[in-house]
Design a protein around this ligand. Sequence first.
Ligand SMILES: [Zn+2]
Ligand SMILES: [Zn+2]
Length: 366
Amino acid sequence: MPRKSTRRLTFPKSQKSQKRTKNAYGTPSPGLWATMTKHRGFQVLDEKDEMYQFVQGNVALVLPEGVPPVNKLAVHEFWVCKIIEVRSIEDNEEPEVWARVQWYWSPQEIAERIESFDIARCGRFERLFSDQFDLVSSLCFSCIAPLAEYDETRLDQPTISPDTFYCRYNFKLRPRRISPNHEGTCLCTRAYNPDIDTMHFCPRPSCRASYHRECLLKAKWVETSTSGRDLRLLCSNPDSDDTFEMRTLGPRRKRVKLDLVAGSTYAPSGDRSLEEALDYLPTGLVKIAQLPIMKGVEGGGLVGNVRSVVAARRMVYEALMSVSGPLAVPSNWEERVDLSEVPSSRRAKQLSKIPLFRCPQCQGAI
Ligand SMILES: [Zn+2]
Ligand SMILES: [Zn+2]
């Protein structure tokens, strides 16, 4: 929980003075800042004498300017900044500590500067990393907060917990620019809002695109047959535009003993089906590899299952492609996927109700 401050010392952002003094808000001027004593961090006490520690590099929450400290704010309403440097003025009895911070701006703040910026396409916990710095009194800091980098193009994006700040864009004030572009890969070109959207993702290298569920439905990008759907999903290859096929297995191999299924053997040959081969791999792994890749409200949260499904498909392909030795997956396969993605019977029921989407670009199952 953010610390409750009893004093309000937060100022409008970017109030600078060139003199070796303080400006109207009490902020040290650049001249004064240059003479101040450097520190690695600082500590502050709340009204209950509880100690909060802040160090350089932390991302921290600051009570917004104009908000009385008695007001209860939701976490996502705080200002968010990265502590770059800490210095103090030592000539008082109690040193006056200031931090130079780099701001993570809220979508609302960006919209005040860029008229076309669509805040409806951002989540509540989303922040844009700005190129703007300020000096902030240590007394304005509430607590440190985790902030995750979110790269929508990554196939191995780590999970981001709910109610955690995240950043997927950088913001430059002069000239005003957001990078990467605040656009989506969907047919509608609108970006993904994790708070309200459910997205379906095609992992093929020339697609690598997420689509809003409602956009796919509206444009009728839906398969008509359920037959072979699981295998079509499994064969949608994150590393090749060609669908994964059993016949890429190569020449006929000897019978091989499996560690995975005691006493069982698998003899790959041209006339064995992919489905049959999958029986020799861990069921949980295959189930994850056969999931549609989704994210968002009904898609497993902010980053969804992209990382797990891609990792599972790669491990399945590798096992099926190996030209010698037992048909096996890495011993640590369970650590390389999120096992909670293995659908429970309840989740399987929910999944069965999702329309059978196909990719508007490659027409493959997604
Ligand atoms: Zn869309
Ligand atoms: Zn595609």
